[in-house]
Design a protein around this ligand. Sequence first.
Ligand code: TRP
Ligand code: SF4
Length: 361
Amino acid sequence: MSAPPPPALPPEAPAPAPKPKVALSLIRATGRTHLGNYLGATRSFAQLSAREDVRCYFGVATLHSLTTLSDPRALKRDIRGVVVDFIAAGVDPERAVIFDQTAIPETLQLSWLLSCLTTAGRLERMHHWKEKKDKLAELGQAANVGLFTYPILMAADILGPAADLVPVGEDQLQHVEFARDLALRFNHLYGDYFRVPTFLEREAVRVPGLSASGKMGKSEGDKATLYLGDSYEAQWKKIKVAPTDPARVRLQDAGHPDRCNIGGIHKVLTHLGLHEEGGMEWVTDGCTQAKWGCAVCKKRALDVMEEGFLREIRERRAAVEARGDGYIDEVIREGNERARARIQPVVLGAMERAGLITRWV
Ligand code: TRP
Ligand code: SF4
């Protein structure tokens, strides 16, 4: 006799949707954005914000900007500029929360709580502080305290909305670690409260400048920087005259064509999966065997970028700009409201834990 068949299983209950993770990152307002900003930051913001399982908060780090910017008019202009960049890169303001750090006073309140859990010695060991301080000293200037406590404000940015994921460049890793430590310290002193965030490294795409060996933007200056807001023609003009040195490249071993900056850009494109031929061979070949001139090579690089993302970014930017400052302000105002609604209760709760009474705050 065979065993009776096992009883039929009850129909499976649908699994509850997992709670979306919260991702948070801020960007300082620094003026015109270029290829490096996009590939290094806003592109991955757009990708994150398209995910169903992630809720994104992207801010303009206006308070952090004050640690180095001294021109108020430029700052005011650049705040909207960052928001336009987010949207142009493909962040949908209906899905992601786009906000201004300044509009969340609770972040400063939390920053104070956290500063009382931080020793000066710990801040003195931060790479960022040491570098900035030394650079200023070279110019004969003294660093301000805002620069010194910068990581505390950043930790408040991260812990305030109880972020799970913090997408930043590798240069910010130490700051995120610091925020993690502060969360643990607070939890240890006052009972488990803060989520301990995870560093989420943005896909590290280092874009070389068009003229030498430095990074695009900061170190390389205007001529070597491909601005996203420029027209295709303006971009081509810039790339076309970018100095290259095929002779030097030919002398390279064939595996490292990126001694030429344009070669470096080709490499970035390959890394992004934007080169239809899937590899660098055609650049190496074409270059080392002088099968083509640099103009052909450069044109090809620009066209791949144009089709891959530049046109789309330009179109989205034009569409946003056509709606005017009023629209951007509305995006920010709404984002501020949504961000504050999330952050305020978390911070008030932390204040209560620390022994403050928030009823009359
Ligand atoms: N310090 C960051 C930078 O320079 C900007 C920043 C401020 C930030 N607050 C943050 C990044 C919170 C991530 C989370 O790039
Ligand atoms: Fe650079 Fe291309 Fe010219 Fe070679 S052919 S030097 S990779 S631009």
